[in-house]
Design a protein around this ligand. Structure first.
Ligand code: SF4
Length: 347
């Protein structure tokens, strides 16, 4: 454990959330970093903390403001839960709990985030296991069970608890373990020679580094075809307005704003998309196609063919708003809507 902590003290990257031990800042960073690369998080983190520098400011925010700042980071439930979590903590005096049991009551805080906040902010010997730790442990202990299996997870959490309890500083130790997974014991080919754990690593000794970890195969990617319906109309002053709608709970990307979409059966050729729209409205409408847009989201590959359709009415019966492009840009748009917006802005 000591070697690992010493290594981290030497190489730790000067990341903005490492500037102090403020639990609020650490919480925000840990939530942003879930499923997201450090490089991507940096700009979002800075903007988020500029707008919401304290727990109180986040608790008093509007959901739309939080979503606007989160727009493009994906997994929007995280943003909504941060706000709910801040409200929960504010009601309880604005202090972060210092026990696992209490901190797990905060909306959106699960076992990993609980361990991260308690250890990094308060230096408490609380374990954490994330994707990086899964990989380090699977290799270090030579675990051949799939890392997602309950057997492997039980083992990893027990080991993480044992290690952090022995550590001189839980704060340093837990960050070191994750940093090791991120920089040294990387996905693909790990850099075993400079690794502080190599002397006792099973995978290194048995030359299993490239065979471990074992993962349950991912679900196959599903392809989806959508037609983007971009209603637009000109005002008397010459400005063009576009119709946008806010996604409801049952939609993809609930709470964010989008252009309306219609599903096209995969078997139907793209050339037939205009006919599909004409059938829908029982009449011909002027349709101008713009470039197709691709978007990938957990196990789905979405291809969208957007059409500009001149109409002063939203013919899909959806509730929404008619806005000029410069106001649409200010909304918390889904990542897909942003891609379509970019196409619109250049056409
Ligand atoms: S020695 Fe290699 S495989 Fe083992 S923990 Fe270090 S980087 Fe990972």
């Amino acid at each position: 454990m000591r070697d690992l902590s010493l290594w981290f003290k030497k190489i730790a990257r000067p990341l903005p959330w490492r500037q102090n031990h403020d639990p609020y800042r650490i919480w925000i960073s840990e939530v942003m970093l879930q499923q997201t690369q450090v490089e991507t998080v940096l700009g979002y983190y800075e903007r988020f903390l500029k707008k919401f520098p304290t727990l109180e400011s986040l608790a008093e925010s509007k959901e739309q403001e939080v979503l606007t700042l989160w727009s493009g980071l994906g997994y929007y439930r995280r943003a909504k839960n941060l706000r709910l979590g801040a409200q929960h903590l504010k009601k309880r005096g604005g202090e972060f709990p210092r026990t696992r049991e209490e901190i797990l009551k905060v909306p959106g805080i699960g076992p990993y985030t609980a361990g991260a906040v308690l250890s990094i902010a308060f230096d408490l010997p609380e374990p954490l296991v994330d994707g990086n730790v899964n990989r380090v442990f699977a290799r270090y202990f030579g675990i051949k069970d799939p890392i997602q299996s309950s057997k492997a997870q039980k083992f990893f959490w027990a080991q993480a608890a044992e290690w952090v309890q022995q550590a001189e500083s839980p704060r340093i130790h837990n960050q070191a373990l994750m940093e090791l997974g991120s920089l040294i014991c990387k996905k693909g080919v790990p850099l075993c020679h400079p690794c502080p754990l190599s002397k006792s690593c099973v995978a290194f000794k048995k030359d299993l580094q490239l065979k471990l970890p074992i993962s349950i195969p991912r679900k196959e990617t599903q392809e989806l075809h959508w037609i983007g319906v971009l209603f637009h109309t000109k005002k008397k002053n010459g400005d063009t307005l576009y119709f946008v709608k806010q996604n409801i709970e049952t939609d993809w990307w609930a709470g964010l704003w989008d252009f309306p979409m219609i599903t096209k059966p995969l078997k139907l050729k793209w050339e037939k998309a205009p006919e599909l729209l004409e059938q829908k409205w029982g009449r011909k409408l002027k349709q101008i196609p713009i470039n197709h847009v691709q978007h990938s989201v957990t196990h789905h590959k979405i291809q969208v063919a957007p059409f500009l359709i001149e109409s002063s009415k939203n013919l899909l019966g959806l509730s929404g708003r008619w806005l000029p492009l410069k106001e649409i840009e200010e909304l918390p748009l889904s990542a897909l809507a942003k891609k379509i917006f970019r196409q619109l802005a250049i056409c």
